[in-house]
Design a protein around this ligand. Sequence first.
Ligand code: 57M
Length: 356
Amino acid sequence: MLYHLLYPLHTEWFVFNVFKYITFRTIYATITALLLTMVLGPWFIRKVSELKMGEVIRNDGPQSHFQKKGTPTMGGILILGAVIFSTLLWANLTNPFIWVAIFIAVGFGTLGMVDDLKKLKKGKGISVRAKFLFQILVALVVSCYLTFSLRLDTHLYVPFLKNTTPDLGWFFVIFAMLVIVGTSNAVNLTDGLDGLAIGPTAIAFGTYLVFVYCTGHYKIAQYLQIPFIKGAGELAVFCGAMVGAGMGFLWYNTYPAQIFMGDVGSLALGGSLGTIAVIAKQEIVLAIVGGVFVMETLSVIFQVGSYRLRGKRIFRMAPLHHHFELKGWQEPKIIVRFWIITVLLALLTLSTLKLR
Ligand code: 57M
């Protein structure tokens, strides 16, 4: 909004020229979202408590979680509200990628919200099948729009191998959908300890902020030998807003958490991250920077597979963070170690920009 209102004034007052720059607007989108979540946090937590929207804790999980009963949930509404407000304020709203990112966040967020409300009212959320079908539907709308309407490049770019770029053609629609749905569910599985999901999510969005900026900048993209995607740079504003809102939310979600994000947060954040990776043409590196999400998801797959095939568990409990809890690690230790791993993975991911 500010871009449209203030940039045209640069012909009279040169100072407004600054609104042209994505870097400037990204910084302020980050600050806006961070301050919004931090300032509105206490009010939001109070409102959620008044509405008696407290977490229902399953009695088959680690014992240390029983004391978390009643923790206000659905903090994802605060995160999404801050991200959308900040993006609308600072982004160039004629850019279609911005609307795609907002659409996926709202679509997956709505699904998560319905699931959260159902859990709060009836003790049980939406069925896994219905949830999955809705995710596929929303992700398919986005992948079709990106492929057929925005004509997004359908090649797959493999890190480290600049000459290996297979064209996925029509299959790209399915591939993009899988990336979006998979990331959404992986972040959701990870969201089981205070700050465990939001830390790596914010770090991943920070990493993709660099990717979208570079890939949307013709000269930088050419220099780094990465695909040039016209308009993708504007998504840096959205990524910045995600980083800011994530940090602001972490202020209250850090151990011991005063609020959880709920499915409204985890599904939307994961879905948006997957979408950004698809638009940036950096889907494979998502498995690197999102290594923690991958580990958590694989632990569930292996645990369930092993139990079905051999009648034995591999981990004390899946997802992986529960395994460490049952081994006696303190919750903050697991969380901070997973963050450290993500920082390392983010650096490795960024290094793929130079190693080609
Ligand atoms: C999300 N949700 C948390 C909170 C958060 C297939 C199976 C592996 C699925 C998995 C599952 O249900 N995953 C979905 C996990 C829950 O958090 C809520 O959910 C939102 C995210 N969707 O925002 O609202 C609990 O996590 C804790 N929490 C925190 N701090 C936070 O900031 O402490 C969350 C956020 C909260 C709170 O206790 O209530 C969850 O864990 O339910 N299922 C599981 O994860 C279960 N694993 C399992 O059954 N393992 C089996 C098999 C199937 C693999 C095995 O190992 O044998 C575990 N989870 C629980 N109890 N709660 C084990 C049993």
